[in-house]
Design a protein around this ligand. Structure first.
Ligand SMILES: Nc1ncnc2c1ncn2[C@@H]1O[C@H](COP(=O)(O)OP(=O)(O)OP(=O)(O)O)[C@@H](O)[C@H]1O
Ligand SMILES: [Mg+2]
Length: 304
């Protein structure tokens, strides 16, 4: 089977303008302005109930917005041409339990006017899936794999993935990450909703954080890292002099003990390291940047 010809890549892969979705008195998506460029992996984060799934359902045209507009690949989400060029992995794949994996492949293949048959065979092998079994008999993880299969099988230009690795064991998560990277290398754009921070850190270039339907930040991971706090434990020969680190830029807390000092630094650590160079240092320990803490601050709504 042949794939339908794609329009030349131009404009953002996803765009929303003042997108709003209300359910009764609840505003699930609140004035969302978002642009995801072609070829990027965009991580979409936020606490439970923030409006991530609702946003995705709006993008794909499964829900009508209360106001505002959105496009995928320059078209309305419900446009059949847009749908053909998108792979969507829902948080919960609702498929008739009597369908087998084969049925799903045939069904979605027909819906999209074609799919990549050899690639789909490879995916079945990579994810160790038996396509002859009814969906209703599969374990949660195996149903998830069927979801992945249908999202990737036509090698879409845009992948919209709602918590793709939930329910997958660590090995399969790795396999999935590998697959995602391959598709990105091929030129695909990815919109990835996830609660798994290491996953987002490993895969995404930019992230958007949604809270109560509002986008509270959009930044590259590199930008977020410069804001993330870092703990530095400096162990010195003898008690360190007091007052050395307090005035330095970025130093958020200083705790002395007889064998050294514990610092929390926000942003570049260069001033701290240069100041520490005057001491006799036995050892330095840095547990690493705590991006998780930064994300939690965004989630909870304090000013990071
Ligand atoms: N069909 C609906 N009718 C009424 N309220 C809804 C509907 N769908 C979603 N909501 C509400 O909208 C809000 C956002 O839900 P949504 O599923 O988009 O959150 P989410 O960010 O995907 O959360 P999670 O991380 O738990 O998946 C929630 O308060 C939810 O209860
Ligand atoms: Mg959700």
């Amino acid at each position: 089977m042949t794939l339908p010809p794609s329009a030349p890549a131009a404009g953002p892969a996803i765009q929303t303008h003042r997108l709003v979705k209300r359910f009764g008195s609840l505003t699930a998506v609140d004035n969302l302005d978002l642009a995801v460029q072609r070829g990027e992996v965009f991580g979409f984060l936020g606490p439970n109930g923030a409006g991530k799934t609702t946003t995705i359902r709006l993008l794909l045209g499964f829900l009508n917005p209360s106001s505002g507009v959105s496009t995928i690949l320059g078209r309305p989400g419900r446009d059949p041409e847009a749908r053909r060029r998108v792979g969507y992995l829902p948080a919960d794949l609702a498929i008739d339990p009597h369908y087998t994996g084969h049925d799903v492949i045939q069904f979605f293949g027909a819906l999209r006017g074609g799919y990549d048959v050899p690639f789909t065979q490879t995916l079945l092998q990579r994810f160790d899936l038996d396509p002859s079994r009814p969906i209703g008999e599969l374990s949660t993880g195996n149903r998830r794999k069927i979801g992945i299969l249908q999202a990737f099988m036509h090698r879409p230009e845009l992948l919209i993935l709602d918590e793709p690795t939930s329910g997958l064991d660590p090995l399969l998560q790795q396999e999935f990450h590998l697959l995602l990277r391959e598709e990105v290398a091929r030129g695909a754009t990815v919109f990835l909703s996830s609660h798994v921070l290491p996953e987002v850190e490993a895969l995404a270039g930019r992230v958007g954080i949604l809270r109560k339907g509002r986008l509270v930040t959009v930044a590259t991971l590199a930008e977020l890292r410069t804001k993330a706090r870092q703990r530095i434990d400096i162990f010195t020969a003898g008690p360190p002099p007091r007052g050395l680190f307090e005035p330095l830029p970025g130093v958020r807390s200083v705790a002395y003990h007889d064998g050294g000092v514990q610092l929390v630094v926000e942003g570049p650590v260069d001033p701290v390291i240069k100041a520490a160079a005057g001491l006799t240092i036995e050892r330095i320990h840095t547990p690493g940047q705590d991006l998780e803490e930064l994300f939690l601050e965004y989630y909870q709504g304090s000013d990071p």
